[in-house]
Design a protein around this ligand. Structure first.
Ligand code: C2E
Ligand code: MG
Ligand code: MG
Ligand code: MG
Length: 282
């Protein structure tokens, strides 16, 4: 009897949960296992200097080598990580992977001195003492590696508490990290972010690049953002360049850095190192 009742109770409980909540629950335990079993890895999308045609950096992007579903992209699991708070561990894990990788590249002389790697970062933990402590620890492992790392944050994450964010960014920058605003121009407060926060780099959202070849509005918007960046002595990079026309238009406007499928898809680390080795022989 007791057993049966228990089961019925469970059924009631189960039915009262939305199917969405169920999915979230099972996906989040999958993600936790993924972290434990080291199923997450990163790919690198090369970033190009448009004046020389050379790769000057790369963006690290997380992937999940799922035991049954194959390799998953962030849009298939990042929302679960955000909703459950697992994102904090995930970002920490990705950061650690990239840092170790960079350290070995630096030690074996595989990358140029000014090579940079961007790491995406959810704003969740930005203000925490523990994050600062961790970044400090990495600084003590290798200040040289730290100086090659750009942390990418979105406007949304930065603007929620601008005073605290300003404080955190100052401290993070003091260690030698650089800060980028990701998907720039898509938030509610792009200019306020720029006014208050000492960032180093703007990443022009790909929604502006999409129509660049035939939409004069996008052209003007990109041109204006680049002019603001120049005036504020910030670097700027165009994201999501998919066609030769878009690349041509960007060069015409005077954009000097870009990433996108037209230039290169994200690649595994071995392939990135191959590309870098090839160009250093040129
Ligand atoms: P993002 O930071 O804006 O990264 C650029 C995304 O655009 C990547 O998607 C990249 O593969 C894709 N992309 C690059 N070139 C092109 C192009 O020419 N056309 C199009 N349509 N897409 C292009 P991905 O790897 O699926 O990542 C999606 C988002 O997930 C990233 O957007 C970033 O916000 C987030 N993300 C990725 N890795 C991490 C991570 O380790 N931590 C956190 N918190 N977020 C991450
Ligand atoms: Mg990014
Ligand atoms: Mg991002
Ligand atoms: Mg982006």
């Amino acid at each position: 009897h007791a057993k049966r009742e228990g089961r019925d109770d469970f059924r009631v409980y189960k039915n009262s949960m939305t199917s969405e909540a169920h999915e979230l629950m099972s996906k989040s335990s999958g993600l936790k296992n993924a972290l434990i079993n080291k199923e997450l890895f990163v790919v690198f999308q090369p970033q190009y200097d448009l004046t020389t045609g050379k790769i000057f950096g790369a963006e690290a992007l997380v992937r999940w080598d799922h035991p049954t579903k194959g390799v998953l992209r962030p849009d298939e699991f990042l929302h679960v990580a955000e909703q459950t708070g697992i994102i904090v561990d995930l970002d920490e894990y990705v950061f650690h992977l990239v840092f170790e990788e960079l350290l070995s590249w630096v030690e074996s002389g595989l990358i140029d001195d000014d090579f940079k790697v961007s790491i995406n970062f959810s704003g969740r933990k930005l203000f925490s003492e523990s994050l600062l402590q961790q970044l400090h620890d990495y600084y003590h492992v290798s200040a040289k590696v730290v100086s090659k790392i750009i942390l990418e944050l979105t406007e949304r994450d930065m603007i929620t508490n601008i005073k605290q964010c300003e404080h955190a960014i100052h401290q993070i920058k003091q260690l030698g990290f650089k800060i980028a605003i990701d998907d720039f121009g898509t938030g509610y407060s792009s200019l306020a972010t720029l006014k208050h926060l000492p960032v180093d780099l703007l990443k022009l959202d790909r929604s502006f690049i999409n129509g660049l070849a035939d939409e004069s509005r996008d052209y003007v918007i990109i041109e204006s953002i680049l002019s603001i960046a120049k005036g504020l002595h910030l670097d700027a990079i165009a994201e999501g360049v998919e066609t030769e026309q878009q690349l041509g238009a960007l060069k015409n406007i005077g954009c000097t850095a870009a990433q996108g499928y037209y230039l290169s898809y994200p690649v595994e680390k071995e392939e990135l190192l191959n590309l870098l080795a090839k160009q250093s022989q040129e």
